[in-house]
Write a new protein. Sequence first.
Length: 238
Amino acid sequence: MALATRSDRKPPRKPPLPPTFWRSTLGKKTVMAVSGLIMLSYLIAHVLGNLKVFFGPGEFNAYGHWLRTMGEPVLHYEWGLWIVRVALLASVVAHAVAAYQLSRRDIRARPTPYAHKPRRANYATRTMRWGGIILVLFIVWHLLDLTTLTVNENAQPGHPYENVVATFSTWYGNVIYIVAMLAVGLHIRHGFWSAAQSLGVGNATRDRVLKTVANLLALTLTVCFISVPVAVMTGVVS
């Protein structure tokens, strides 16, 4: 007599799929590193443009006009600028999402906090977290201030030099900008070295050089950015 086969037998479970690049911890760290370097490249270009304010309204306003016409005649008016804006927005979103998900993953991996977390690691974590929040809020303010001119009471459309002077002629414009630039400096100082580790550039022999480069980059960018509001406050730029 033939044995009856069981019809309710469950099919064998398929092995779990390997994690995709984005789902892996390494993938998220790589995305953070690459997006951070894209934003760093933008900051370097941006501060070089900002320093043109010391050469007078003619040169600075010409630079503002060039930003809107770059790529012509291949690109239409402001297309090049919008391409840069979209790329930056994608970098900011990717950076923020990867940072948040890595933070949540770290918490889930260690539900019980460290009894004695290293002071240096704790300081770096707080700096990156709160610095990131400050920078996101500043980006919103900066766009409303010098792009849409919504919160700049004395703004003149088409006159970027005069608008920079107007915003840094107010105490709150200076405070917001300087605090944000200090946050930028701290973010770069910790983030540059972390990006190097994530991309496999760092090692025992290069760490000292990488940290020195990170410190110099952070200090140089911070000083150059802050020099503009200080110049307006002291009358060097008016």
